[in-house]
Design a binder for this molecule. Structure first.
Ligand code: GLN
Length: 448
């Protein structure tokens, strides 16, 4: 823990951490030492893990990258944080992210952007940009992230690390500050599929009292799935994931990875996910709709920021929200409120829900032909800070390959497979069918 704390301080200019507290970390480390001394053999005993600042923690502030929650302290730990601590993990600190996990570049954080350790003039990806940068720069051996529409997979890809988003419902959302509840899912980000398997095993499991959407499936030891042969593994390659718009360097790295898999005995199967493009409008209706509802709790009354000067109660709400939320969050609250409003609900929200179902059905058809689906995580390598010139649409379009799996609730991961323009890492996305995390991690491990 001391080693990683020192490195984190040394590399503070990356902007990966929002909170470090040596005393709190070392107290947890000493408690882990005591458990080791008493013969405890918990799987992560003494392993330092940093948490995305979207998870609430008792020992550290929890901001969700927002001014709205500046200096906020939670009275409890998120279930995922608690479970990791029970498995022996030591909290290293809290990691920067896009405000309320809304973004693809970490530039929407109220506390400044994170720099990509491979090239500090570039973004680390988002919204779990701090998590990806911290692991890539070896400021932490592993980190937690959350993925609503790609926020584990895309930053993992951009920073050359491994990350997995499990099946929706595998990990409890209790204490994960909500963005879009039907999509939000926690997962680990680490150096390898093996490390991810260790962490994910500790993070998952039912939590019926705290999250009614957590699945009633027993915790699994995903490390037991590792080491299986790639012989005969059917890898589905959707033709829509190689459409124009995918940069040549990314295409080359992905093709190279697929050839490697073939050498290991896997079989490449051409498949189609015909509604891939529709995932963008569908996601950017459903996610803001749910966000507009979830973020109504930030009203200056119960917790968090409150405007200093105001007239009546309504004015207090108005000023608190105007001052506490950043631009992108406000834009999404407005989009969400609009698509849910009377007269527009049927045209936008309901329609989006119907197409979401069709996207999920497309995956089920595809999985009749293959065991896992593979393709790029994003159409390009990490772009330059400010590279999209503040155009949110450019960010939204870059989410095209991660959104379909999110809408379907499927597990997905990113593993580093090569380098592209500017020597930047390229990640291969692997998507599995529901509850196939073990198969996914094994496929990733086989490559690594
Ligand atoms: N980039 C997507 C968004 O801004 C996904 C973010 C996420 O997965 N949290 O909504």
């Amino acid at each position: 823990a001391q080693h990683f704390l020192a490195r984190s301080r040394q590399h503070a200019t990356l902007g990966a951490f929002l909170a470090l507290d040596e005393e709190a970390t070392l107290a947890q480390a000493r408690a882990a030492d005591a458990r080791i001394a008493s013969g405890d053999r918990a799987p992560l005993l003494g392993v330092p893990v940093a948490h995305k600042d979207i998870f609430v923690t008792r020992d550290f502030p929890s901001t969700a990258g927002s001014k709205m929650l500046q200096d906020y302290r939670s009275p409890f730990d998120a279930t995922v944080v608690r479970k990791l601590a029970e498995a022996g993990a030591v909290t290293l600190g809290k990691l920067n992210c896009d405000e309320f996990a809304m973004g693809s570049s970490n530039e929407n954080s109220a506390y400044g952007p994170v720099k990509n350790p491979w090239d500090p003039s570039r973004i680390p990806g988002g919204s779990s940009g701090g998590s990806a940068a911290a692991v890539a720069a070896r400021l932490a051996p592993a980190a937690t992230g959350t993925d609503t529409g790609g926020s584990i997979r895309q930053p993992a890809s951009f920073c050359g690390i491994t990350g997995i988003k499990p099946t929706y419902g595998r990990a409890s959302r209790y204490g994960m500050i909500a963005y879009a509840s039907s999509l939000d899912q926690a997962g680990p980000m680490a150096r390898s599929a093996e490390d991810c398997a260790l962490l994910l095993s500790a993070m998952c499991g039912p939590d019926p009292d705290c999250d009614s959407t957590s699945l009633d499936l027993p915790a699994e030891d995903f490390t037991r799935a590792l080491g299986g042969s790639m012989e005969g593994l059917r890898i589905g390659v959707p033709k829509e994931f190689f459409a124009e718009g995918v940069a040549a360097d990314v295409r080359a790295a992905i093709e190279g990875a697929l050839r490697e898999y073939e050498k290991l005995g896997a079989r490449r199967v051409e498949i189609s996910l015909p509604r891939t493009e529709l995932a963008i409008p569908v996601y950017y209706i459903i996610a803001p709709a749910e966000a507009s509802s979830n973020l109504s709790r930030f009203d200056g009354v119960k917790f968090g920021y409150r405007a200093k000067k105001y007239g009546d109660l309504l004015d207090m709400y108005r000023k608190t929200r105007a001052e506490g939320f950043g631009e992108e969050v406000k834009a999404r609250i407005m989009i969400g409120t609009y698509v849910l409003s009377h007269g527009y609900y049927d045209a936008y929200y309901l329609q989006a829900q119907k197409v979401r179902r069709m996207i999920a059905d497309d995956f089920q058809r595809a999985f009749q032909q293959c065991d896992v689906i593979a393709g790029p995580v994003a159409p390009s390598v990490a772009w330059k800070l400010g590279g999209h010139g503040g155009d949110p649409l450019a960010d939204y379009l870059a989410d095209i390959f991660t959104l379909p799996g999110s809408l379907a609730g499927l597990p997905g991961m990113s593993i580093p497979v090569g380098f592209g323009e500017g020597g930047m890492p390229v990640g291969l996305q692997l998507i599995g069918n529901y509850f196939q995390e073990g198969r996914l991690l094994n496929a990733a491990h086989g490559f690594q």
